[in-house]
Design a binder for this molecule. Structure first.
Ligand code: DGL
Length: 286
């Protein structure tokens, strides 16, 4: 029996994993691709479905009740269609809110993505850390509790960026993104106080690693950027057990709208191994 540190939920690891388990990687948009690549590296024999709720993007602006209802409805459709053995919620904005409801509703393991505040507190030398996330994630009770539990001795700056997830999507689509726009979103992370300056920034929205190299270049000073994707991939391996390698059906990307599926985006998706595209329409209720 293993304990999921996120919610204390216990799952029994599958003693005899299917030769090719299906892993559903879910995000509001394209950010979960940063988690997908680590997961496919860690489980090369798994059948991957990447689901982007692009009709709901960005989740950062949605109210909590609306978001829970939405994600349960979308997941209902995806689970019925793809029968995943495990779901990765590759979205902090969703995970910090909806994991208990998902686990109550579905009898499959859910691996969440939450702000890496504990590793940041362990890594900092100045004691000054920043959590770069969506406005939804920084407002969550869950995030406040993580901070109080693991980083009480640190000076923690929560930065709720309204634009960075969208800018990261633009960059992935090959559209131009101004340095000034990126810098404006990350600048509040860089804090100087009597005890020193910020030395660790957590990437607490899965979209942000898509523009990490640019953020590093634009940063006022070097910091350690923590991307939780490798830890999530380890957790998946841990739950699934060994996955037999072998020929898999093509990985599929499924969108709830598909409105932004341009040629360059299709090429970018193919670069992540997602050559098959499907649309599962779930319009956002007004
Ligand atoms: N990628 C998502 C996250 O990790 C959210 C972006 C959004 O939809 O606002 O938080």
């Amino acid at each position: 029996m293993q304990v999921d540190l996120l919610a204390g939920t216990e799952y029994r690891p599958l003693a005899v994993p299917r030769p090719q388990p299906t892993i559903l990687v879910f995000d509001s948009g394209l950010g979960g691709l940063t988690v997908l690549s680590r997961t496919t590296q860690a489980c090369p024999g798994a059948h991957i479905v990447y689901a982007a709720d692009d009709a709901g993007f960005p989740y950062g602006r949605l109210g909590e009740d609306e978001l829970v209802t939405r994600i349960l409805a979308v997941m209902e459709r995806l689970v019925a269609r793809y029968h995943p053995d495990l779901v990765v919620i590759a979205c902090n904005t969703a995970s910090t809110l909806v994991l208990p409801a998902l686990r109550a509703r579905f009898a499959i393991p859910f691996v969440g993505t939450v702000p890496a505040i504990k590793p940041a507190a362990a890594a900092t030398r100045s004691g000054i850390i920043s959590v770069l996330a969506t406005p939804g994630t920084v407002a969550r009770v869950y995030t406040r509790e993580l901070t109080e539990t693991y980083a009480a001795a640190c000076h923690v700056t929560l930065v709720g960026s309204t634009r960075l997830a969208g800018l990261a999507e633009q960059a992935l689509r090959g559209e131009p993104v101004d340095d000034d726009a990126l810098l404006a979103e990350i600048a509040p992370c860089f804090v100087v106080s009597g005890r020193g300056r910020t030395d660790v920034v957590t990437l607490s929205c899965t979209h942000y690693p898509l523009v990490l190299e640019r953020m590093k270049r634009l940063a006022p000073w070097p910091v350690e950027w923590i991307d939780p994707a490798p830890a999530i991939a380890r957790r998946v391996v841990n739950l699934l057990g060994p996955v037999a390698e072998g020929p898999c059906p093509d990985a599929t990307a499924v969108f709830t709208s598909g409105a932004g599926l341009s040629g360059p985006l299709r090429i970018a998706l193919a670069g992540y191994g997602l050559a098959r595209i499907a649309i599962e329409p779930v319009p956002l209720a007004n």
